[in-house]
Design a protein around this ligand. Structure first.
Ligand SMILES: [Zn+2]
Length: 1024
């Protein structure tokens, strides 16, 4: 059937076909050149420039002045509104007519007061379809508004994508006109493009590629671009090729439209709201004309934004959600970072997300969706399962720098043994284009060939690109079942995971964390955001505990559910995977710090109100009191303000989850501080004895009860070290292994160690070191009576560039593994570099503590707002500050405050209560007042120290209290939750607070009996 080519030469045929559809070469005579027919100018364009993002109704009231394409406007982050009037020529009857709009920036078309479509050159969206076939009765004269944001899809980086934004960029509209769009040409171009791609992708090794080659060659023979009557023959040939079907065993690709929108990154939160509006309205337009099109959409926060700012669009979305085509996925409030949020924060991501989806759409998501996050905690499978989710989709581990992750589809087993079915789309992208290449990669890269015969392909431009295009849909439609390519079906996460689960017998299991071997600087970058997160997590915890107890103690007290939810939502938003990691621009940092400020000020007021309700009645004699939100008794030195505003120290004893009046007591063993002849300072409290050198380093740290020195021979503890920190590209994100080769101790003493508090309840000394001529460290080393750890209250004035500050403790402990706290538990990681998997973990994350223990003895390093750790051999290192310059040129510049602590101990870290002491460091006792005659009282306590009562809150349904406990040692244990509250009944519930009607809790007169397996999380509804 084919006309015989003269040369047996693949190249000439292939390039001939390529030139036939080229948009660069031969457009005067090729098919591409015929895509558009006649054009005509717009009747008028007028513009109004606004510094603010204003709503449509306000914009149209402004003064507009004439605009000509090519005129520039700006600067960055401003908005230019255009009023466009146009008249379609009568002679175009029967034609498809587009407004062709090529501009910088990201635009939204408004028609009749409603947003109708996004326009973004970077997202291949430059046409607004005015009519698919102009009819006589159609209105030929139209007025549109175009809202154009002065920023690109990826913000406005100065010179490179991740460089700090250029605030002075200018923008312009290059082309704005009416055109006749030749749909038949577009269809034939798509046929050609797909065939050419098949030739290229299948290569010379497969005969199917040659069949495509001769098909496309014959199509060129048949097709005369100047004569559309010849198109149908060419199209028929293509159709014949595309409909030659596969055998039954072929791999199935589940195509799903997607638009990964970062909730803030290289642009501020406010612009994200418009990105969502522009992208999703474009998706709705595609749904109207493509009944098979399915779109997956994550992040409840973004739906919430669209609901508030684009109510009309939101109701259209609700319609398509009901039809099962616009599919909310993920179940979380935002796509949060997978490492740094606390256990309770992760629970709240799901609680807020799933409840939102249920309220607005009547559904709960069945899959967790986190394609673009920098590692995944080993605790996530249990939290997913507890939130009604048993499937997980991501692909970020394909970014690993060192090791290739061995699976595409597998069971992921979490810390407690929970399993979730996990899928990494093998095409390694969540922004596919529906091209042959995407399909071929999906099959070729599948690491579970023969085990899993289904894969996801997520297609659509992310961020400002506006999601999928008609062209992507047309591509996928052509090759649904084409011999030589995988089968393609428009699908949903539910269909994909159902298929995978139905055929899961051969799937492998991966146990423990999914550690990303890249972006390890994100545990440290933007220290103020990390500190805000940690402190606000503690504050919200305390507000909920105190408010829950106040609800019971004071009948007049109103639990501030709505305010607490708003504060949680701000905290959860800042946990987005480019905010808490610190990989965002300065504007986002300012927004994020502003939200923490709101949480602290509003939260501080809520906490004071609740404490007042808990503690004292008015007109009674009051005394200073202390509230303890943690589930164990605490006996600590605290600073208290007296009535005259003077602060002083007091040793207080407060029962678990309870309140006590401050009584003056003396410690059994006071702290002593002695300046020795050589200028070093000896501090001891009967538990620890330490010798501090003039430069603030520890010459000795001695655990008295064990007669053990904790610091390694000939070394010093508390040694500050600086590193050069210049990654390969991702500045704020990456710290590379080679930075370790540049270690320089900080040795220059500005102010040698001097005594600040000479003992009694507290001994402390302070000193100042110079890091460079721009940066200094001032530290107070504190030893309190009865305290088993030494605190280092640190202030750093930091003005470095591409440097990394850490502190080291070389300790006398030998162990192949160190332990790090994670969400509701801990993990072990190697202290050696045997294999590539070991050495790739040169910088790891942990929460409130890390511990290095051998049998019978160990040392723990606690912190109050740091997340970057490493333990190599016997040196424990805490990462303190970085100084990247992109995407925030001023990241981390300024003054920082943080505290860490060192705690040598006998026995295991579990037996030594390291976990509890790390909580104590992070959850300060709260000063309040109570009636002078108040006896110390406790609302809750737990029988076993292995079990931690993490959360006490009012249930979302407002009819009960929720308590959440977890087993923290990694042990199986049966214990009792004691309460002095008048408990009527208690039920087990899931993390969404849905009671398990089959599992009433065993309430006895003593309390509630509970069984735990290692690291198990248990949530209960308590009815009082
Ligand atoms: Zn992202």
């Amino acid at each position: 059937m084919y006309r015989q080519p003269v040369l047996k030469n693949r190249r000439t045929l292939l390039e001939r076909a390529e030139k036939f559809i080229s948009d660069i070469y031969f457009t005067d005579c090729n098919l591409r050149g015929r895509l558009y027919g006649d054009s005509c100018p717009l009747e008028s364009i007028a513009s109004h420039l606004s510094a603010e993002r204003i709503p449509f109704a306000e914009a149209v009231e402004q003064d507009f002045s004439p605009y000509s394409p090519g005129d520039t406007f700006g600067p960055t982050w401003w908005t230019c509104w255009f009023r466009v009037t146009l008249t379609i020529p009568e002679s175009w009857r029967g034609k498809e007519v587009h407004l062709l709009w090529e501009s910088d920036g990201e635009a939204m078309v408004w028609r009749d007061g409603q947003p109708v479509q996004g326009l973004t050159k970077e997202g291949e969206k430059t046409s607004y379809i005015l009519t698919e076939c102009l009819k006589e009765e159609d209105s030929h004269s139209v007025t549109l508004y175009v809202e154009l944001a002065c920023n690109g899809l990826f913000g406005a980086g100065h010179g490179s994508m991740i460089a700090a934004p250029d605030p002075n960029k200018k923008y312009s509209v290059q082309k704005a006109e009416l055109v006749v769009f030749n749909r038949d040409t577009r269809e034939l171009l798509t046929d050609f493009e797909m065939l050419v791609d098949i030739v290229k992708q299948l290569g010379e090794g497969e005969q199917r590629g040659y069949q495509a080659l001769f098909t496309v060659n014959e199509m060129v023979n048949l097709c005369d671009p100047a004569d559309p009557n010849t198109f149908s023959k060419a199209h028929s040939l293509a159709h014949k090729f595309f409909t030659q079907r596969n055998g039954q065993s072929q791999h199935t690709v589940h195509a799903m439209g997607h638009c990964h929108i970062d909730s803030a990154w290289l642009w501020p939160y406010d612009e994200t709201i418009r990105k969502c509006g522009r992208s999703w309205v474009t998706v709705i337009r595609l749904m109207e004309s493509n009944p098979e099109f399915v779109f997956t959409c994550s992040q409840a926060q973004q739906f919430h934004w669209v609901k508030s700012c684009y109510p009309g669009l939101f109701s259209q979305i609700q319609h398509y959600v009901k039809n099962g085509r616009f599919i909310p996925v993920g179940g979380t409030w935002v796509e949060m970072d997978g490492n740094l949020p606390s256990g309770e924060s992760m629970v709240r991501q799901f609680l807020e997300g799933q409840r939102f989806f249920h309220q607005e759409f009547g559904i709960y998501c069945k899959e967790f969706w986190l394609p673009d996050t920098f590692g995944y905690s080993a605790q996530l499978p249990q939290i997913m399962q507890g939130s009604g989710i048993s499937n997980f989709l991501t692909q970020k581990l394909s970014w690993n720098l060192v090791n290739v992750f061995p699976h595409s589809t597998f069971f992921w087993e979490g810390l407690d043994g929970s399993h979730v079915l996990t899928h990494f789309p093998p095409g390694n992208s969540y922004e596919m284009k529906g091209k042959v290449e995407d399909l071929v990669n999906t099959v070729r890269n599948n690491k579970d060939k023969g085990r899993a015969n289904h894969s996801a392909a997520l297609f659509g431009f992310g961020d400002g690109g506006g999601g999928p295009t008609q062209l992507m849909l047309d591509r996928l439609k052509r090759v649904q079942d084409t011999d030589g390519l995988p089968k393609v079906q428009m699908s949903s996460p539910d269909k994909l995971f159902s298929q995978l689960r139905a055929e899961s017998a051969l799937l492998c299991t991966w146990t423990g964390e999914l550690f990303l071997e890249l972006h390890n600087g994100t545990y440290t970058t933007q220290a103020e955001i990390k500190r805000g997160n940690r402190q606000c997590e503690a504050l919200l915890h305390d507000i909920e505990v105190v408010s829950s107890l106040a609800l019971w103690r004071d009948k007049a007290f109103r639990y501030p559910s709505d305010q607490i939810r708003e504060l949680w939502r701000l905290l959860l938003l800042n946990q987005f995977h480019d905010v808490i990691p610190g990989s965002c621009i300065e504007m986002v940092v300012e927004d994020a710090l502003g939200y923490y400020k709101d949480i602290r000020s509003i939260g501080g007021r809520l906490l004071r109100d609740a404490l007042r309700a808990l503690g004292s009645k008015e007109q009674e004699v009051v005394s200073a009191a202390v509230f303890n939100s943690l589930p164990w008794e605490r006996n600590e030195v605290i600073e208290l303000q007296d009535g005259a505003g003077q602060s002083g120290l007091a040793l207080v004893r407060v029962p678990s989850c309870g309140l006590a009046a401050v009584k003056v007591t003396q410690p059994v063993a006071p702290v002593s501080v002695t300046v020795q002849a050589d200028g070093t300072v000896l501090m001891e409290n009967g538990i620890l004895r330490t010798i501090v050198n003039k430069d603030g380093s520890l010459a000795s740290l001695y655990l008295v009860s064990a007669s053990r020195e904790a610091i390694s021979d000939d070394c010093c503890g508390n040694q500050f070290v600086m590193f050069d920190d210049i990654p390969l590209y991702w500045d704020a994100w990456d710290v590379m292994d080679y930075h370790l080769q540049t270690r320089k101790p900080v040795l220059e003493v500005v102010q040698p160690a001097q005594v600040v508090s000479s003992g009694g309840l507290r001994g402390s000394i302070s000193f100042t070191l110079r890091i460079s001529d721009r940066s200094t460290i001032t530290q107070e080393i504190v030893l309190d009576a009865l305290c088993p750890y030494i605190k280092f209250n640190t202030q750093v004035n930091w003005a470095e560039s591409h440097k990394f500050l850490k502190v080291e403790f070389p300790v006398q402990v030998r162990s192949p593994n160190a332990t790090y706290e994670i969400q509701f538990g801990h993990v072990q990681r190697p202290t050696h570099r045997n294999t590539s998997w070991d050495w790739a973990k040169f910088e790891v994350w942990g929460h409130k503590w890390a511990d290095l223990s051998e049998h019978g003895f160990g040392v723990a390093l606690l912190n109050d707002c740091k997340y970057g750790h490493s333990v190599y051999k016997n040196t424990m290192t805490l990462s303190l500050l970085r100084a990247p310059k992109a995407p925030d040129a001023n990241a981390d510049m300024g003054t920082h405050h943080f505290t860490y602590a060192i705690m040598p101990h006998t026995g295991s870290f579990q037996d030594a209560s390291v976990i509890q002491h790390a909580y104590n460091l992070n959850f300060p006792l709260r000063s309040t007042q109570c009636c002078a005659d108040t006896m110390p009282w406790s609302a809750f306590s737990v029988g076993s120290p292995a079990v931690i009562l993490e959360t006490i809150k009012r249930s979302e349904e407002k009819n009960a209290l929720v308590v959440r406990l977890y087993e923290s040692y990694g042990s199986s244990v049966t214990t009792t939750l004691y309460t002095t509250l008048p408990l009527r009944e208690a039920w087990h519930c899931d993390l969404l607070e849905r009671p398990d009607s089959l599992r009433p809790a065993a309430v006895t007169s003593a309390g509630i009996t509970l069984n735990f397996s290692p690291f198990q999380i248990v949530s209960l509804l308590l009815f009082l």
